[in-house]
Design a protein around this ligand. Sequence first.
Ligand code: GLU
Length: 485
Amino acid sequence: MNSESKPVVTRFAPSPTGFMHVGSVRTALFAWLFAKKNNGTFILRIEDTDKEREVEGSIEHIIKSLKWLGITWQEGPDIGGPHGPYIQSQRLESYKKYAQILVDKGLAYADPYTKEQLDEFRKKSEESKKPFLYREYRPENPPAWDGTQPLRIKAEVKSHAWTDLVRGELTAGEEAIDDFILIKSDGYPTYNFAHIIDDLEMGVTHILRADEFISSTPKFLSVYDALGIDRPAFATLPPIMGPDGKKKLGKRDGAKDVLDYKNEGVLPEAMMNFLALIGWNPGTEQEVFSQEDLIKTFDISKIQVSGGKFNEEKLKWFNKEYITMLPKETVIAEVKKRLDAKKELSQDMLEKITPIILERIHTFGEISAMIETGEIDYVFAAPEYKTEMLYWKGTVDTDATSRRLQKVIELIETVDENNFKKDIIKDALWNYATEEGKGEVLWPTRVSLSGKDKSPDPFVLAELLGKEETIIRLKRALEKVAHVS
Ligand code: GLU
């Protein structure tokens, strides 16, 4: 085997069985990064030989998900290429050809048994407390293979040793060897056989895949040996664990469709950066990597053996980092898109509310949630609130509250409306607030402007609303208090 000197070819080979969860995407990402890093070729291949598990629309979904992340391929079902087709169900002739080679070599045979006979064999093994191995019942004179019976490999019974670029030297004993099915009676190959033929014909040099395939590797090795072909290099990726690091990622912790994250407003750059660091790290403190950085730094030897944690909080952290790096206009456009659903705001208001919103979110999707909870209702209209809210610490003190609001209005009147900035507004109010009591003055001011017990401070709110609206809302509060007394 000498896969090192050949140009690198990797592939991502999903089965179209539903949505693309983050684990699959991470596999695609690592295989892509490795190809990019080595100026190699990255292939997308669809493994659809299990027709019963197929879910309609999956291929489009896979393509959409990868494209969203920015993962690109040089060969694939949508763009073709020199080794096509790239969908297994369209490659049946290739599998037949190699199956026939094995039949001719005497290394594959038609399975002559009925289901009942097989059940009988299984029962026998059970009774003798031995694991059932098909190879112990190899027929002496198998019928000619006409495609209606399953075709099984006649596996060489021996132990295997192989190198895994992540896990090192691995071995498996004879007990792992059996005569498994290469071609099913429906004419479709099994995964165990098909992927090997595809990798061979497509010139794949490195297979990066999930750890669930490691126990099947002895089977794969039986096929490489029987065909007398070189094995590609194997790299087994670590499992993705839930945030506690104890069990594999479940739906509850975020093993969801990667496009759900898109819909939640996660940026593809953040997702890529986040996924790249699950089970891999360059051994430095660096966390934020652009796509080019990742390609430059990616190194198979730094992939961990043990599981990598999937922590949605960390994804949010990355997303915030990436939002901060976006051009201002892009951010405003994203904010606008969501606020417009409630009410169209002026450009001036949008520019002012954007930094306030950004402080409070990790994804753009959270803006919609903010609107739904009413958290930023004060942006769209003068707030509705109970008069009692205006009293500091709930102490009903109408005279004092009126007096303070009145004073605040007076002080705000002194601020130039063309320079109505939070620092200047603060300067105008600060002395008075310090003398009278900060809570006593700033609390009713803030409630007048936002109608909320939690909101940005009153100076920020005043700048956001502008002088005219600030005074209108303060006067409204004053009237509410007066009305009560
Ligand atoms: N079709 C397999 C899957 O969907 C891919 C395994 C491989 O990469 O060889 O999990």
